[in-house]
Ligand binder design. Structure first.
Ligand code: NAD
Length: 512
C-alpha cells in the first residue's frame, strides 16, 4: 500500500494510487478522515476517505432526480450505448480492476477476475436488453379497442451493496437500471469503497464523454448504514436494491415499504447440497469444496450444509477433510492460493463463536483454526472448517459468513429435502445425483424451496442470464437476469378506443 512503513510486509505489487492512476482516476476529491479503508491481506491502511452527510444525501438524490428527468427521454438503445462504452472500458482495465478488488476485498485473483468479467458480461446483457424492453398487447373485450401494456422508466435507483461482491452486484442493478432509463446512486459497503470509486469513476468518465447522458446520472454515496438509511427513507428514491445481511434487509425493507417505494432485497443464504448414493463422487467433491471454501466462505451462495446419504457419509467426509487439508491458504495475490483471508477480525470472531456453538451442540470440528501470517497480526486467515453434526441444530440454521461446512446425513430423499428446506433462508441449493427421478423431484414443487436449484453443480457461481435471488428471509428480490428488468420500470396499461361508440367494460349501461 501507499503508506506502508518500510518494515511492513509488501504484499502488493501495485499500490492503490498506481492502480487509480492506471484507470485515469484520482482519489484526491474523496480524501478525508471519516472512513479508513484497510486491506484484509495484511491489515494495512489503503486510504482514508470522506463520507457523505444526511444533507449531502438529500442533495445527491435531488441531482439524481434531475438527471432521471432528462435520461428517461433518451431512446433506450441510445441509453444502451452508454453501457456499451462502459463495458469496453472495463474490458480494457480488467487486470487493474481485478488487482484493486483483491487488495481491498481479499478474494483470490482468479475470483476477482471472474467478478470483473461478470461486470463485463452484464454490460453486454444490458446493451442487448436496451433493444428488448417490450410490453404487450392484450385482447380487449370491446370491439375496435386496443389494450396495451407499456414499460416506462421509473425514477432513481438507490443501490446498497455488500463487501463480498463489491462490483458485480452494483453492475447487475445499475447497468440494467440505466438502460431502463433510471438515475442511479450507489451506497457501497464501507469495507470496499475503493472498488466502488474505481468502477463508478469509469462509468462517470464514459458518461461525461457521452453527449446524451445528463450530469449526475451515476453517483456514489460513501458512508455506513446511515447513508443506506437515507436512501431507504427518501421519497424520491423510487427503487431501493439492497444486498446484505437479513438484519439489514429487515430494516431497509420496512423503511422502503412504509413510504410505498419499491424494495429489491438480496439477503443472506444458508445453502445446502444433497449428495445421493448415485452421485459421481469425484465431481461432487470438487463442486462441494469450491462452493464451501471459495471467497473464504464469504459468498451469499457459499455451501454451508452438506446433506449426504448415510451409506456414503463416512467415505465422502473422509475425502472431503483430506482435500480441504491440501488447500493453499495465503495471499490472494499469489496465483497458487485457493483461499484468501476473511474480511476482518469481526468475521474471524464470528467464525470462532459459531465453531464453539457447534461443539456445544454436539459437533465434531475439523480445521477452522487461524493461520497466522508473519508480520500481519491484523490479517485473518483460516483453514476452512468441516463440522460433523448430530442433526440440524440451532447454529446450523444460522448463516455464519465464514468457511464452515456442516455435515448432516439422511436415508430417504424426502428427508434430505426437508432438511434442506428446514431453515429460514432460501437462496441456493443443489443435488449431486445421476438418478433422473431424484434430480427431477429436487427441482419440482415438492423439492427445494430456494431461488436457485442446481443439479450436479455446487451452490455458488450463478450465470448472469438467469434471475438471481432467493425466497423466505433471503428477501424474494431479483436484481438482474431473466425478466427482472421490470423491477426498474413502471407499468402503464393503456386502453385505446378507435371506434365512434363508447361501449363500457363488463357490459355496463350508462345511457344519457
Ligand atoms: P451488511 O448487511 O452488514 O451490509 C451490507 C450493506 O448494507 C452495506 O453497504 C452496509 O453499509 C449497509 N447497511 C447495513 N445496515 C443498514 C441499514 N440498517 N440500512 C441501510 N443500509 C444498511 O452485509 P455485509 O457483511 O456487507 O455482507 C454479507 C451479507 O450479505 C451476507 O449475509 C450475505 O449472504 C449477504 N449477501 C447476499 C447476496 C444476495 O444476492 N442474496 C449477495 C451478496 C451478499
Amino acid at each position: 500500500p501507499n503508506d506502508a512503513s518500510p518494515s511492513a510486509p509488501r504484499a502488493f505489487t501495485r499500490s492503490v494510487g498506481d492502480l487509480f492512476g492506471e484507470l485515469g482516476l484520482s482519489l484526491d476529491a474523496h480524501q478525508g478522515s471519516a472512513l479508513t479503508v484497510t486491506s484484509p491481506i495484511d491489515g494495512s491502511t489503503l486510504a482514508s476517505l470522506r463520507t457523505d452527510s444526511a444533507d449531502e444525501m438529500d442533495a445527491m438524490v435531488a441531482r439524481a432526480r434531475t438527471a432521471f428527468l432528462d435520461w428517461r427521454a433518451v431512446p433506450a438503445p441510445h441509453r444502451g450505448e452508454l453501457v456499451r462504452r462502459f463495458g469496453l472500458l472495463v474490458r480494457e482495465h480488467k487486470e487493474a480492476l481485478s488487482q484493486l478488488l483483491t487488495i481491498e476485498n481479499g478474494k483470490i485473483l482468479t475470483e476477482a477476475r471472474g467478478e470483473v468479467q461478470e461486470v463485463i458480461d452484464i454490460c453486454d446483457y444490458a446493451v442487448g436488453l436496451s433493444r428488448q424492453l417490450f410490453g404487450m398487447t392484450i385482447a380487449s373485450e370491446r370491439a375496435e379497442h386496443r389494450l396495451t401494456e407499456y414499460w416506462h422508466p421509473l425514477g432513481v435507483l438507490g443501490l446498497i451493496s455488500a463487501f463480498n461482491f463489491p462490483a458485480a452486484v452494483w453492475a447487475w442493478g445499475t447497468t440494467v437500471a440505466l438502460v431502463c432509463g433510471d438515475g442511479a446512486i450507489w451506497k457501497p459497503s464501507e469495507k470496499t469503497p475503493l472498488t466502488a470509486l474505481a468502477f463508478a469513476g469509469l462509468l462517470q468518465k464514459v458518461a461525461a464523454d457521452y453527449e446524451q447522458a445528463p450530469e449526475n446520472l451515476v453517483q456514489v454515496a460513501l458512508g455506513d448504514a446511515a447513508c443506506g438509511i437515507a436512501l431507504a427513507d427518501h421519497p424520491d428514491v423510487a427503487v431501493v436494491s439492497a444486498t446484505g445481511s437479513v438484519r439489514m434487509g429487515q430494516d431497509v425493507g420496512v423503511r422502503v415499504q412504509r413510504r410505498f417505494g419499491r424494495p429489491i432485497l438480496e439477503l443472506g443464504g444458508n445453502n445446502a447440497a444433497i449428495v445421493t448414493p448415485s452421485a459421481d463422487v469425484a465431481l461432487a467433491l470438487r463442486g462441494t469444496i469450491f462452493a464451501a471454501t471459495g471467497t473464504c466462505g464469504q459468498r451469499c451462495t457459499t455451501l454451508r450444509r452438506l446433506i449426504v446419504h448415510e451409506d456414503i457419509r463416512e467415505s465422502f467426509v473422509r475425502r472431503l477433510i483430506a482435500a480441504v487439508g491440501t488447500l493453499n491458504i495465503g495471499s490472494p495475490l499469489d496465483e497458487a492460493t485457493h483461499v484468501g483471508p476473511l474480511i476482518d477480525k469481526a468475521a474471524f470472531d464470528g467464525m470462532q463463536r459459531a465453531l464453539d456453538a457447534a461443539r456445544s451442540q454436539g459437533g465434531i470440528v475439523h480445521g477452522g483454526e487461524r493461520i497466522e501470517q508473519a508480520g500481519s497480526p491484523e490479517a485473518y486467515y483460516v483453514r476452512p472448517a468441516i463440522v460433523e453434526m448430530p442433526g440440524q441444530t440451532e447454529i446450523v440454521r444460522e448463516e455464519t459468513f465464514a468457511p464452515i461446512l456442516y455435515i448432516l446425513s439422511y436415508t430417504e430423499l424426502d428427508q434430505a429435502i426437508a432438511l434442506q428446506n428446514g431453515v429460514s433462508q432460501g437462496l441456493s441449493s443443489c443435488i449431486f445425483t445421476r438418478d433422473v427421478l431424484e434430480a427431477e423431484r429436487f427441482q419440482s414443487a415438492l423439492g427445494s424451496d430456494c431461488g436457485i436449484v442446481n443439479v450436479n453443480i455446487g451452490t455458488s457461481g450463478a450465470e448472469i442470464g438467469g434471475a438471481f435471488g432467493g425466497e423466505k428471509v433471503t428477501g424474494g428480490g431479483r436484481v438482474s437476469g431473466s425478466d427482472s428488468w421490470k423491477n426498474y420500470m413502471r407499468r402503464a396499461t393503456a386502453t385505446v378506443n378507435y371506434s365512434t361508440s363508447l361501449p363500457l367494460a363488463q357490459g355496463v349501461k350508462f345511457d344519457l
